[in-house]
Design a protein around this ligand. Structure first.
Ligand code: DGL
Length: 263
């Protein structure tokens, strides 16, 4: 079989990676995608590195049994915990991860504060600390570990009072008059964008995420390995470790939501 016709595997701890899949479909409409959300074991962001590695490898091994030509780890947490080991284990497969979009935020920064919202695990990892170290002299960067924010999205709660209470308690204390950018450093958070925008009620604050960069990197990697499929309209399969039609329905619903400004 022509390898180019195989799907690209996507994984996340749940429905969050759908935000990355959405950007990727816009850029690579002729590819097939097999998306696997591990909602049964979510959240990853409050687990240990070893647990996250193990869970990530389990999902990747499953995707490999299905036949994939490349892998997107559409989860900042799994990327920071497992991407090096995955690349060592599967050196012949293009593997693309995602990391908080600090670089684009700093590049366009006009001197204001940059708040990086991510899971507590992402923020604790070396990968993130190195990223922060690299840019911390260029801007006022505030990392914000958002315990359990992803659960709202897993439950399909994208607006309303409980989210307002969450933002009041955990985000508002860090918003200053000169806050310029909020980086959504967890793939679940882009689905909260419309409500967050409304909550902030401030057009001067940009909200960005790393999904476009990840999608472009996948395109480059497929091109470089001569794995691009340009022949047909791509198909999408969505699977989840939770044995529930509701989570599959939610995943499709999220995939169909409109996209917003990207970095
Ligand atoms: N969507 C994931 C991320 O980008 C993590 C959410 C979680 O499982 O805690 O980090």
């Amino acid at each position: 079989m022509d390898k180019r016709q195989l799907p690209v595997g996507f994984m996340d701890s749940g429905v969050g990676g759908i935000s990355v899949l959405k950007s990727t479909i816009e850029i690579l409409p002729h590819e097939d995608f097999l998306y696997y959300g591990d909602s049964l074991h979510a959240p990853y962001g409050t687990k240990s590195v070893d647990e996250i590695k193990q869970l990530t490898f389990n999902v990747v091994e499953y995707l490999l049994t299905k036949g994939i030509k490349a892998l997107v780890v559409a989860c900042n947490t799994a990327t920071s915990a497992a991407i090096n080991d995955l690349r060592n284990q599967y050196p012949n497969m293009p593997i693309v991860g995602i990391e908080p979009a600090i670089k684009p935020a700093v590049t366009t920064n006009q001197g204001g504060r940059i708040i990086v919202m991510a899971t507590p695990m992402t923020i604790k990892q070396d990968k993130f600390c190195q990223l922060l170290e690299k840019y911390q002299n260029d801007a006022d960067i505030v990392p914000l570990g958002c315990d359990h924010l992803m659960e709202f999205v897993e439950e399909g709660i994208l607006s309303g009072e409980p989210l307002k209470a969450y933002f009041d308690e955990y985000l508002k204390p860090y918003i200053t008059n000169n806050t310029e950018t909020i980086v959504l450093g967890c793939t679940h958070y882009p689905f909260l964008y419309p409500y967050l925008k409304k909550y902030l009620n401030n057009d001067h604050i940009h909200i960005i995420d790393g999904s476009y960069g990840t999608a472009m990197e996948l395109k480059r990697r497929l091109e470089a390995s001569d794995l691009l499929n340009s022949e047909h309209q791509g198909n999408i399969i969505i699977e989840n470790s939770l044995d529930s039609q509701n989570i599959i329905d939610l995943s499709w619903e999220l995939l169909k939501k409109p996209t917003y400004e990207k970095c």
